[in-house]
Design a protein around this ligand. Structure first.
Ligand code: GRG
Length: 297
């Protein structure tokens, strides 16, 4: 496979990311906030992330036969939770990181108290996005439920990863899966499921999207670990090589680099087979899945 063309974000992702960035900017500007809190939240959110999770929400809505417009509020909600988690993850008490998305982390930029509070703010704002969106009452309940459960699981995963607490009878690979299924996979799967809800997916489509989301979440984390292991800080925009140095449980560290790469290939192929059942309207999602397997940042 020629991976050079798949490493650069494809045009459809860059276009979707731009629409997401603009929507985040417009939406945040309409929230009534003290100016320094607004500045901190804006710094955390409108800052050129890859927008993988909200893009998944948009593409899954399309794959179910809906439109990106239908899914934009849900996409913003997912990205708010993600940005919240990044701000808190970077704090001195957790990962103590100085660089995020190529810029100083929020606590370096605005101070620790503001970083804690701006992160906190993004949690309720995510949910206001859903009830302010043009969703039916049933969709609102489903969307809020999915987002709340995924956020809960993300916190559980973060606790396992940073503070431990896993059952001592579990093997290293089982620990790895449990940490990352919760910490990273849950929100990625949720982004997909929310897209299906917004696009009024049939039960069959929603099953395929849910299954794809689970695989995509795991694959995302393995690729992330490989990037951390092999990537260049300037290119990636965050400090690389940190996880191994901090003794974190990673895929390359647990199963090796080659086995990690093989797992990515196997997951990408499996996800692709699932997405084929969605037909032509799932083509963008299939291309996105391919890019996610080969991304380098
Ligand atoms: C209650 C929301 C909440 C969080 C508190 C701190 C925490 C609990 C959870 C941290 C979860 C976390 C940081 C997971 C890492 C996920 C990950 C691989 C992030 C990098 O995602 P990318 O590459 O980043 O999509 P960009 O910057 O492109 O968005």
């Amino acid at each position: 496979m020629n991976t050079s063309s798949t490493q650069t974000p494809p045009t459809f992702l860059l276009e979707a990311a731009l629409r997401i960035e603009e929507s985040l900017d417009t939406w945040l500007g309409e929230v009534d906030l003290p100016s320094h809190l607004y500045d901190a939240a804006h710094y955390a959110v409108v800052n050129g992330g890859k927008r993988v999770r909200p893009a998944l929400t948009l593409f899954c809505a399309e794959a179910a036969g809906g439109t990106m417009e239908q899914a934009m509020s849900a996409a913003i909600a997912v990205e708010c939770i993600h940005c919240f988690s990044l701000v808190h993850d970077d704090l001195p008490a957790i990962d103590d990181d100085a660089l995020r998305r190529g810029k100083p982390t929020l606590h370096i930029h605005a101070g620790e108290a503001m970083a804690v509070l701006a992160g906190d703010l993004l949690l309720p704002l995510a949910f206001t996005q859903i009830y302010e969106g043009t969703y039916s009452p049933e969709q609102q309940v489903e969307l809020m439920k999915e987002l709340a459960l995924a956020t809960r699981d993300m916190v559980i995963g973060q606790v396992y990863d940073t503070l431990g607490g896993l059952d001592s009878s579990l093997s290293p690979t089982e620990c790895l899966e449990l940490i990352h299924k919760n910490k990273t996979g849950s929100l990625i799967q949720c982004a997909c499921v929310m897209g299906g809800i917004c696009g009024n997916a049939t039960a069959k489509q929603q099953n395929a999207i849910t299954e794809f989301g689970e695989i995509a979440g795991l694959m995302f984390q393995i690729v992330d670990d490989l990037i951390d292991y092999q990537g260049d800080t300037a290119h990636v925009g965050k400090t690389t090589g940190k996880d191994a140095g901090a003794g974190k449980t990673t895929y390359p560290g647990t199963i090796g680099v080659e086995a990690s790469k093989a797992a990515v290939f196997e997951l990408q192929t499996r996800a692709d087979a699932i997405l084929q059942s969605l037909g032509e309207q799932g083509e963008t999602l299939r291309s996105f899945n391919l890019w996610m397997a080969h991304r380098t940042r």
